[in-house]
Design a protein around this ligand. Structure first.
Ligand SMILES: NC(=O)c1ccc[n+]([C@@H]2O[C@H](COP(=O)([O-])OP(=O)(O)OC[C@H]3O[C@@H](n4cnc5c(N)ncnc54)[C@H](O)[C@@H]3O)[C@@H](O)[C@H]2O)c1
Length: 334
């Protein structure tokens, strides 16, 4: 079976998804693209696929079986709803929605459609390091988990990104991966601001502390202006030992009197395997398999938790995370 993909958004992420679909995924074909900027759409399309004038037209194109959404955050919910209405599976970049009403409407629309159509691009669920942590928690090989320490540093963040946006757009990855690794929801969250770096006076590095329902403490440093590179670290601390993510790229050099690892410049390199496996498994799910990535419910809970974190940032208080019961529809997905 060949799944014919339509791609909305041909920027950094969209171009990378296009490259992966064309070069790495058996059973996938990129047949149509759309971008608000026609030049970008043309660069990705080349002479190999159709270019649509607007995303809704691409979604209802009868020659398109499945959709990838990699346009800006504000477009995610309306386009995901359009894909559900067209009955087409959709891999939507994170975050799933810009506000909670939108996020809930996607969950409701998918339940009404009666089958899973939505996967959210929380690709870290396909990273081998996080997978190993989840497996250890599930099997109990290191005893009960006590802490999950997460560090998320970018080299230089864009000027428009405020401390608020860091929670909704960046730390939302840690919110999702913590639920995935630990297999449980968060109960409460608080957020502390560090002073601003002189390199980026318009925002502050943040420390988010989440507590899970069973009492595991999750620390998340979110620092967009670390200068030296893109660096995601994670350490799971359990009763009988710890598991840590290896440095990336996984090669060590001794040269010029130093001994160490290079640091990735951005997420495209650091999570290259995860992005590839995410699309590979998405295609396998459409060919009679099971969706292994974040569901619309996971996307909703991530948005809800990020919103609680935002209130914690603004008030300085500890805020309860109240996601409510997972609908039976999602329980049945496993
Ligand atoms: N999963 C991840 O690790 C990850 C990493 C980076 C970005 N993202 C997400 O991916 C999305 C895209 O990020 P990016 O870094 O590629 O941004 P980008 O700015 O490089 O690309 C966005 C593209 O969307 C186009 N666009 C703007 N409005 C549009 C519209 N209404 N319809 C169609 N196209 C439109 C722009 O012209 C641009 O080409 C964002 O939502 C971001 O949060 C996810």
């Amino acid at each position: 079976m060949t799944v014919r993909f339509g791609l909305v958004g041909c920027g950094v992420m969209g171009s990378d998804h296009a490259r992966i679909l064309r070069s790495d995924i058996a059973g996938a074909e990129l047949v149509a693209v759309q971008d608000k900027d026609w030049g970008r759409a043309k660069r990705v399309a080349g002479d190999r696929c159709r270019i649509h004038a607007d995303p809704e037209q691409l979604i209802v194109d009868p020659g398109v079986d499945a959709i990838v959404i990699a346009s800006p955050d504000a477009t995610h919910a309306p386009l995901t709803l359009a894909a559900i209405a067209a009955g087409k599976p959709v891999l939507c970049e994170k975050p799933m929605a810009s506000n909670l009403d939108e996020a809930r409407s996607i969950v409701d629309a998918e339940i009404a459609a009666g089958r899973q159509l939505v996967q959210i691009g929380f690709m870290r669920r396909f990273d081998p390091g996080y997978r190993a942590m989840r497996a250890a928690v599930k099997a109990g090989t290191l005893g009960n988990p006590l802490f999950l320490h997460c560090i998320h540093r970018n080299a230089v963040g864009p000027d428009y990104v405020t401390s608020d946006l860091v929670l909704a757009n960046s730390s939302v990855h840690e919110i999702d991966i913590s639920r995935y690794v630990l297999g449980e929801d968060h109960a409460r969250v608080r957020v502390i601001r560090a002073r601003s770096s002189r390199k980026a006076p318009n925002r502050q590095p943040l420390m988010m502390v989440l507590e899970t329902m069973s009492g595991v403490v999750v620390s998340v440093e979110a620092f967009l202006d670390a200068q030296y590179g893109y660096d995601v670290q994670g350490e799971l601390v359990c009763e009988e030992g710890t598991l840590s993510l290896d440095p990336h790229p996984p090669v060590r050099s001794r040269v010029g009197g130093s001994d160490g690892h290079a640091v990735e410049t951005d997420w495209v390199g650091r999570f290259a395997d995860a992005y590839r496996c995410q699309l590979r498994d998405f295609v396998a799910a459409l060919d009679g398999g099971r969706f292994l990535g974040s569901s619309a419910w996971d996307g909703y809970v991530a948005s809800l938790t990020a919103e609680a974190a935002l209130r914690a940032l603004r008030t300085g208080e500890t805020i309860a995370v109240e996601s409510g019961d997972r609908p039976a529809f999602y329980d049945a997905l496993g």
